[in-house]
Design a protein around this ligand. Structure first.
Ligand code: IFM
Length: 435
């Protein structure tokens, strides 16, 4: 199988009109910067054919997207088959264009009916997620080779119950571990369903083995002051909690969804112990994180409840529009670390918010260089997905940050190729020619 060169997106960030999920509701309460709302987003719901054509024009051979649970099941137990047929069309279009689909089942948004019950803190949430997964399997299963059950479950739990940058944005550390437990249960159920229920295969990738994993956000944690014992210790703790705990969980090791004194540990999820529930590991990598004991920057975004600060760059470093340092060495570190789990690896996200498209080419070249070197070194790296195909709704930050290979004009919805997208295009063409 050829190396997969792709781009990634998620439903709520691009489709528009996802009115039945928790984000839609949270946006309506004025929680997004500038009071904006996702609204029509990038209007992908009406323009998906054009968007996939643009993806294929870059020479991509894979596309990572997510299915919006709240469209498929807008009310508990009520299924919208029309919405599902839209996703079937999307996959048909991927097939026509030779874009191997990597399907994400949960990318941050949950149906409002589930949010009303407490989202993933509800004991039945894994069962609800499994029921939704079965529906997707029934309608699309035979055609999908690559599955991400969850996108960045650590970010979801921390963002919802500590960092307060995701709904319900309530500081409640015990819910971080509780949601993690339920997300893990949900993942295990979905993993087993995908493997047990999909018997026949169809479409261009019918001979590609089914692989199921998660897309896991990783940061290169560093002490802000390398001599500071507490910051050294804290960065180790964060590496273990943030980077490692999900990886350990999906390979069947003892789970550690907690931090002593900060996030109370929950019970072990027995269903996940002693067995591997992932066929690959997806790395979502963007930048580094300096950990500070007693944050020194008053403007810093962090939970007021904690005496700990996180900074994504130092003053002199080159940064994205979100203030995230360009740090390709961190990707190298993450790949080396994840290789230790002895599973195939995909870079399921990597990208930069760069409105003027001034740094994206440099960012891409540096990170793609790391990818190529890892492949040469024999790492079992199977694909790379740039985040994102086009500009989109960047969650609490609204439409300000622009990650797209294609620029979106939010008034006309016209897409324009960035110059850096041509860098990616050439890189892919060269690589596919060589291999
Ligand atoms: O836009 C997000 C995406 O939804 C998840 N990973 C990080 C991206 C950039 O912040």
């Amino acid at each position: 199988m050829k190396f997969l060169w792709g781009a990634a997106t998620s439903s709520h960030q691009i489709e528009g009109g996802n009115r039945h999920n928790d984000w839609w509701e949270w946006e309506s309460q004025g929680n997004i910067e500038g009071g904006v709302r996702s609204g029509l987003a990038a209007d992908h719901w009406n323009r998906f054919r054009e968007d996939l054509r643009l993806a294929s024009e870059l020479g991509l051979n894979s596309y990572r997207f997510s299915i919006e649970w709240s469209r498929i099941e807008p009310e508990e137990g009520k299924w919208d088959d029309e919405a599902m047929s839209w996703y079937q069309e999307l996959v048909t279009e991927c097939e026509r264009l030779g874009l191997l689909p990597m399907l994400t089942l949960h990318h941050f948004t949950s149906p409002q009916w589930l949010a009303d019950k407490g989202g993933f803190t509800h004991p039945n949430s894994p069962k609800y997620f499994a029921r939704f997964t079965e529906r997707v399997i029934e309608k699309l299963g035979t055609r999908i080779p690559l599955w991400c059950t969850l996108n960045e479950p650590m970010v979801l739990a921390v963002g919802s119950y500590m960092g307060k940058f995701m709904p319900p944005a309530k500081y409640h550390p015990r819910n971080v571990s509780l949601a993690s437990e339920n997300l893990l249960k949900a993942h295990v159920l979905a993993y087993d369903l995908i493997h047990s229920k999909i018997r026949d295969r169809s479409g261009p990738w019918k001979d590609h083995p089914i692989r199921v994993g998660i897309a896991h956000n990783m940061l290169d944690f560093k002490p802000d002051r390398s001599w500071h014992p507490l910051e050294l210790l804290l960065s180790q703790i964060f590496r273990r909690f943030y980077n490692r705990s999900w990886l350990d969980a999906i390979v069947g090791r003892k789970q550690h969804f907690g931090v002593r004194g900060l996030v109370p540990y929950g019970a072990q999820v027995k269903e996940a112990l002693g067995r591997r529930t992932a066929d690959f590991i997806g790395i979502n990598y963007y930048t580094k994180a300096y950990i500070q004991w007693g944050p020194r920057d008053a403007a810093q975004e962090r939970p007021a409840e904690l005496p700990i600060g996180v900074q994504f760059a130092r003053r002199k470093e080159k940064v994205s529009d979100l203030g995230w340092a360009l740090h390709p060495q961190g990707l190298d570190q993450m790949i080396r670390f994840v290789s230790g789990y002895e599973l195939p690896i995909y870079i399921t996200e990597n990208g930069i918010a760069d409105r003027e498209d001034k740094l994206r080419a440099e960012y891409l070249e540096a990170h793609l260089g790391v990818v190529q070197q890892a492949r040469k070194n024999g790492v079992d790296l199977r694909g790379y997905y740039y985040w994102s195909l086009m500009d989109n709704f960047e969650w609490i930050k609204g439409f300000g940050p622009r990650f797209g290979l294609y620029h979106v004009n939010y008034e006309t919805f016209e897409r324009t190729a960035t110059l850096s997208s041509q860098v990616y295009k050439k890189f892919i063409a060269d690589d596919l020619q060589e291999s």
